[in-house]
Design a protein. Structure first.
Length: 300
């Protein structure tokens, strides 16, 4: 069953929906540009968020890519960290790259001194799971939930985090896998960095594989969370890559349509169908990457 939309009442139909972008550090300008180019963007008011008062105006929020520790530190200094945590409990939030780290329930490879998190999506994630800046790359993603799904989406991965495991509790909304990277595209640094953190979980984690096959069959890798690059849980959405660094704004359209507004007409029907498929098998709603190329990196 599709997740509920934001709490926007029918009486608010003439009011523009306010989508905030956390603007403490990172690629927040690029997100604003992408949102303002959406069809129907006149129904949106896009604002930068740096203070609790600005956050209080928002119906939904995007946390951009950047440096997760820096964003969390600036949020604490500016007094917006606790309001963000309260906001996430009830409203739609999308985190990209560093934002995905902040939305997770736990993080590995954190900097010395630990990492402030906001929570929202029941996963364990690893910072810089793909390696250093020079190992940044692009990959074509097939994403059935996007408009024109026959056209691959170019995922830009820059010092990207990697999902290590899904940890939903019995009362949590189910986690939908929206996009998935082909296992053969996982770089060698992933097995040396992220897999090292899974050694302690080897006996309890059914997806743990200490010696990943460089050419695995679909049967052995379809449920490997390290390949998950876009996830949705209830009103919350994350991408470990940077949709805002491309000219393709279909992920921004997806977030507004499915998480903020809850879909309409054919979109709602498609979402219900996709969600039903996800309940039967997580792999049926995931996407497979088809190509990769080295990317010139910007800071994440």
């Amino acid at each position: 069953m599709p997740a509920p939309a934001a709490s926007i009442s029918p009486g608010d139909s003439e009011r523009r929906v306010v989508v905030g972008i956390l603007a403490l550090q990172g690629a927040f300008v690029e997100h604003k540009t992408a949102l303002e180019k959406l069809p129907g963007s006149r129904k949106l008011e896009v604002i930068f968020v740096k203070t609790p008062d600005e956050l209080a105006r928002c119906d939904a929020l995007i946390i951009p890519g950047g440096e997760s520790t820096t964003i969390a530190l600036l949020a604490r200094i500016s007094g917006v960290l606790d309001p963000l945590r309260a906001f996430i409990k009830h409203k739609p939030v999308w985190g990209t790259c560093a934002g995905a780290i902040l939305l997770s329930h736990s993080v590995e490879n954190a900097k010395k001194g630990g990492q402030d998190l906001l929570g929202g999506i029941s996963i364990t994630i690893a910072r810089n799971g793909w390696g250093s800046q020079v190992e940044s790359f692009e990959a074509a993603l097939d994403v059935p939930g996007l408009r024109n799904p026959e056209d691959p989406f170019t995922g830009v991965f820059i010092r990207a985090p990697v999902v290590l495991k899904l940890t939903p509790g019995p009362s949590d909304p189910p986690i939908e896998v929206i996009a998935k990277l082909s296992p053969h595209l996982l770089p060698s640094s992933l097995s040396s960095n992220a897999n090292a953190n899974l050694n302690a979980d080897a006996d309890t984690n059914p997806n743990h594989n200490p010696n990943p096959n460089p050419n695995p069959s679909p049967d052995t890798t379809k449920d490997d969370p390290k390949t998950y690059v876009a996830l949705r849980q209830g009103l919350h959405f994350l991408t470990t890559f940077h949709p805002e660094l491309t000219s393709d704004n279909r992920f921004h359209e997806y977030f507004v349509r499915e998480c903020v507004l809850g879909g309409a007409g054919a979109s709602a029907s498609a979402s219900a169908s996709a969600s039903a498929s996800a309940s039967a098998s997580a792999s049926s709603t995931t996407a497979t990457s088809t190509s990769t190329s080295t990317s010139t990196a910007t800071a994440t």
